[in-house]
Design a protein around this ligand. Structure first.
Ligand code: NIG
Ligand code: FE
Length: 401
């Protein structure tokens, strides 16, 4: 099927900038973009279908590159506690936090997890997301991590979205391994990761490197095993304290290091040199009422590509709109709307190892795009949430969610 999408303007996001084409047209052939350029330069004529976009602004489909969409229960009770002054770390130390979501996730059936995650995922898709990464990490044993990863694969098969599954078994210490973090990491390396990878359930490996989770030495063991299994790595690093986890991630050519409020300039230098993307999560920053900002100037100075994501999770960022995160990245982190849009398109694709096929509107790339009824690209970061008028195209076909 060859389709002409005409009468639009495009922010192609090639090279991570708006790279605007006014009065543009796009030709898609099957699932791919065959041509994009000024409509006046269009020469092809043999279309199966012609779609008029009525002056819409077309951007790449949005990419949410860091989510924990699949979980049981919710933690609005902890939200109330935190508003009364109890900290995230205190709640975790008292057996709440991630551990409470682990209990609810273990108690849920695969179908229950699928149903609740599907509702959340649909919210993201309605907002213009066409690719999403989802992590396990609330199962913390083989059976329940498998259950979560299977749900992630099923979501990708049943909704119009490309899905990447990340194994975050090293998210927290399960109760069976209390005070035995080294043994748990060994168990992940010896049993869980090889089994889950062999079942085709894992696209990347992540860990939570933090004083209340796993040390850099423990994370390094996991990274070595991931590389033996030929899996790329990512890392939750420098969210609450500075442990040089992001430098460690860079040493292992991580696709991304995520959060990063407490990273140092040395970490930025290491990430820039390694091509490790900085995934910033303004929803978690906001929701935890953090005050330490990620070092934007150091990231820019050392050429680190910056992605933005919802971090959709029940504890620190119950965020159902990636577009809202664009606004928060600008307002809270002082990013420009152009940087923020690159952060949910080309740079988010790079954070998933998909930049060769996704994240910008260029001939040869996958035909995932959104035609927005807006006046300027910056409008995407301007409106605080809401359901903007749009048409969503995935793999060359308009998707109705
Ligand atoms: O990305 N930092 C660790 N993991 C999640 C929070 C998980 C939770 O509290 O349930 C995050 O913020
Ligand atoms: Fe996270």
């Amino acid at each position: 099927m060859k389709t002409l999408w005409q009468h639009c303007h495009a922010a192609t996001m090639a090279q991570g900038t708006y790279s605007i084409i006014e009065s543009a047209a796009i030709v898609t052939s099957g699932t791919l973009i065959e041509w994009i350029g000024p409509q006046s330069e269009l020469t092809a004529t043999d279309f199966d279908q012609i779609v008029d976009l009525n002056g819409a602004w077309v951007t790449p489909g949005l990419i949410d590159c860091h989510t924990h969409t699949v979980f049981g229960g919710n933690r609005s009770g902890e939200f109330e506690q935190r508003l009364q002054g109890v900290s995230y770390a205190e709640i975790a130390a008292a057996g709440g936090g991630i551990a409470s979501t682990v209990r609810a996730t273990r108690a849920a059936t695969e179908d229950e997890l699928f149903a609740s995650a599907e509702r959340r995922l649909k919210q993201l898709l309605k907002d213009g997301v066409t690719t999403v990464e989802m992590k396990s990490g609330y199962g913390l044993d083989l059976e329940n991590e498998r259950k979560t990863l299977r749900v992630i694969r099923r979501l990708g098969a049943s909704l119009p979205v490309s899905v990447r599954a990340t194994c975050l078994a090293a998210h927290a210490l399960p109760p069976e391994y209390a005070n035995r973090a080294d043994d748990y990491i060994q168990h992940i390396c010896d049993e869980m990761l090889p089994a889950l990878a062999a079942e085709g359930l894992v696209d990347a490996v992540d860990a939570f490197c933090e004083y209340l989770a796993f040390s850099p030495a423990q994370v390094e063991k996991l990274f070595i095993r991931a590389h033996e299994l030929e899996l790329p790595v990512k890392l939750h690093a420098e969210q609450l304290s500075s442990l040089a986890g992001s430098s460690l991630a860079a040493r292992y050519q991580a696709l991304s290091a995520d959060h990063l409020e407490f990273m140092t300039e040395d970490d930025a230098i290491a990430m820039g040199a390694a091509g490790t993307v900085a995934v910033l999560l303004p929803g978690a920053f906001y929701f935890l009422r953090e005050t330490q900002l990620p070092p934007m100037d150091a990231l820019r100075k050392h050429g680190v590509k910056i992605a933005i994501s919802t971090d959709l999770n029940p504890g620190t960022s119950p965020g159902l709109s990636l577009r809202l995160m664009l606004n928060m990245a600008c307002t809270l982190f002082r990013m420009t709307p152009e940087e923020a849009l690159a952060g949910v398109t080309l740079h988010a694709a790079q954070a998933l190892g998909m930049a060769h096929t996704h994240g910008s509107l260029e001939a040869g790339k996958v035909a995932d795009f959104v035609a927005w009824n807006i006046d300027r690209p910056a409008d995407l970061a301007y409106w605080l949430g809401g359901d903007l008028d749009k048409r969503i195209v995935r793999h060359g076909v308009e998707s109705l969610i």
